[in-house]
Design a binder for this molecule. Sequence first.
Ligand code: SAH
Ligand code: SF4
Length: 361
Amino acid sequence: MLIYDLDLASLENLLEEWNEPAYRAKQVWQGLYQHLYNSPEQFTNLSKSLREKLAEHVTFSPFIVKVYQDSSDRYTRKTLFELPDKNLIEAVLMRYGDPADNPQITASPTGRGAKNRRTLCISTQAGCAMGCVFCATGQMGFKRHLSSGEIVAQVMYYARMLKEKNESVTNIVLMGMGEPFHNYDNTMAAIDRLNGADGFNFGARRFTISTVGLVPQIRRFADEKRQVNLAISLHAADDESRVSMLPINKKYKINEVLDACRYYVEQTHRRITFEWALINGVNDTPEVAKKLAMRLKGLMCHVNAIPLNPTTGYTGQATSRERAAAFKESLEQAGIPCTIRMRRGIDIQAGCGQLAGSVVS
Ligand code: SAH
Ligand code: SF4
């Protein structure tokens, strides 16, 4: 049993079964999420017998580190984890800010203030069933959903690493391997656990969920009125182009996705982000930008564009800096705010799924 799979109530039940006093559950919870303990011996405030029970019945890590890589500028660390069933998942730490150390590092994934951010990009599935053609994870296919604890454990791994340097995670983006809304319940349970009071206490507004555009789940998410940021992978301004990149567009057309987005903004009064991988000659022209601006008119939104990260399974190439700037310019002239994101960690294959893909092959 993975300890991060338990919410506080389940932990209470477990300890009750073990005939422990009720307050013990809170101590374990705080040990896990405040002190970031990851082995029973560290829980020195618990009785020896309880520590032994923990050692016997629960695990504190669902994976081993298979490979890790730092980018040459040392601002990005990518880790490939191997799960007990040999599936591989990736999580990436991106450091932003520290202008004194590295004046080039100022971009931020959400386009907002970038000072001293420690952003984690984590996975929600091993592989992905959505098959987006330019995505390394999509190219490898679906393996399985991650449990809530397997999602949480990626965060705890990096939180411990940062703690050694007196640093902490400031933002979490669910943009690693997998489609979070295809694994909705486990993803939300993981967010709730990390958000938990007296525990990790990570503010809902500091999470960003990215979805390929699963309409029913966007509406459900809107109804739940969570404070979590939402990003939609749009990448195209008409169905013909979008379906050629994102097969899910056969099922959910752009209009339906955008209707769900309007519903989300109405329900939550939160701005929505659209992600756009700029592909040379495919979706980076001023005409496409104008078409996109027309579709997004009146919607409280922001476009996050990033030059495509080339993958072996797709022939498309990244947009040039000039074309990216022109795309942004056309959108903004039409009143749609746009940020061009820098590609981070290209040299460590930090595009989602790329490291796992290369290790598998
Ligand atoms: N499944 C979710 C979240 C994971 S992918 C989703 O699709 O939104 C996170 C983001 O990376 C998405 O916007 C996705 O479209 C984008 N992406 C995937 N492969 C990419 C690549 N090769 N280059 C640039 N962006 C990519
Ligand atoms: Fe899955 Fe997202 Fe990759 Fe599409 S882009 S295949 S939804 S991980």
